[in-house]
Ligand binder design. Structure first.
Ligand SMILES: Nc1ncnc2c1ncn2[C@@H]1O[C@H](COP(=O)(O)OP(=O)(O)OP(=O)(O)O)[C@@H](O)[C@H]1O
Length: 288
């Protein structure tokens, strides 16, 4: 199959409603091969809805979603599954499968040779190899989440074309060290193996340390899209989350957000955000 050499994911002017509620309004987002994008925003901002539209679960009212240059609707489901894997926020585990069998569910049906080795290596990369033969329902929340991520990776890791991961809060049940491990793995998959990754995440500092770009959503719109040092500005965080914070640039080169208790709001970015490079926030998006 021939693939477009442009963006792996190209969302253009997508709007989506549930009943009369506008859930997404003219959302655009491009993700290139090798890019790791963190999707941020307060509860109800529309992050999961955007992933549902991009994954084909929900049909937008208007706008277009293209994957590897082809309109989403023109993909055969079987072909798409080889190139794009989705990890939803909640995954049902009410069936008596072992961790190994759960990961096998993600493997393409024609992956016969080396299947067990692939499953073992994915479980190992996620630090849960010793749980392979345990029933999924008997694992802790964080252990289950890492097994589910191994299943998602199994789906696309053999692909000879583009590989797109859509991950909805895939580390929400993990302790800080495991969150680092998973985000380091995602970082590596993007920069070394060329995956395009969109990960919904609430932890601003985790996102800033690992992602190439942060896309901030608020009230169904994208209100900022750029490198972490540009997007994580105290003004934006106050407007979007109502959060008083200080943002510091670490020697490692990425910012860290320090939430401030009480009304002490300060803006002490070592390197100020360029208002020209960081897209302006449409006031209509914030005041709706
Ligand atoms: N099926 C639905 N029926 C009614 N409202 C919905 C439905 N799906 C989404 N919404 C509404 O759309 C808005 C966006 O929801 P969405 O789940 O996309 O937000 P989110 O940014 O992922 O939030 P969170 O961080 O809490 O997971 C919310 O106001 C939500 O109530």
């Amino acid at each position: 199959m021939a693939f477009d050499s442009g963006a792996v994911l190209d969302v253009s002017d997508v709007s989506f409603r549930v009943g009369r509620q506008a859930v997404l309004t003219q959302v655009s987002l491009r993700v290139e091969r090798g890019e790791f994008v963190a999707l941020l925003g307060p509860n109800g901002a529309g992050k999961s809805s955007l992933l549902r539209v991009v994954s084909g679960e929900c049909r937008p009212e208007s706008g277009q979603v293209r994957i590897a240059g082809r309109a989403l609707a023109s993909w055969r489901r079987r072909d798409l599954a080889r190139h794009r894997a989705v990890m939803p926020q909640k995954v049902d585990v009410s069936f008596p499968f072992t961790a190994r069998e759960v990961v096998a569910l993600g493997c393409p049906a024609d992956r016969v040779t080396g299947r067990q080795a692939l499953i073992d290596s994915l479980l190992s990369r996620l630090g849960v190899a010793d749980l392979a033969d345990r029933l999924i329902g008997s694992l802790s929340g964080g252990e289950q989440q890492r097994v589910q991520l191994a299943r998602v990776l199994a789906q696309v890791c053999d692909s000879d074309g583009p590989r797109l991961l859509l991950l909805d809060e895939c580390t929400s049940a993990l302790d800080p060290a495991q969150q680092q491990l998973v985000f380091s793995l995602l970082r590596e998959l993007a920069s070394v193996e060329g995956y395009a990754i969109v990960a919904v995440v609430h932890d601003l500092n985790l996102a800033a340390a690992h992602a190439d770009r942060l896309v901030m959503m608020c009230k169904g719109r994208v209100v900022a899209d750029g490198p972490p040092l540009m997007v994580l500005a105290p003004d934006l965080l106050r407007q979007v989350y109502g959060l008083n914070s200080r943002v510091e640039r670490l020697p490692e080169g990425y910012p860290v957000v320090v939430p401030l208790v009480g009304g002490h709001y300060s803006q002490e970015m070592a390197e100020p955000v360029s208002s020209q490079r960081c897209p302006r926030i449409p006031q209509t998006a914030l005041s709706r």
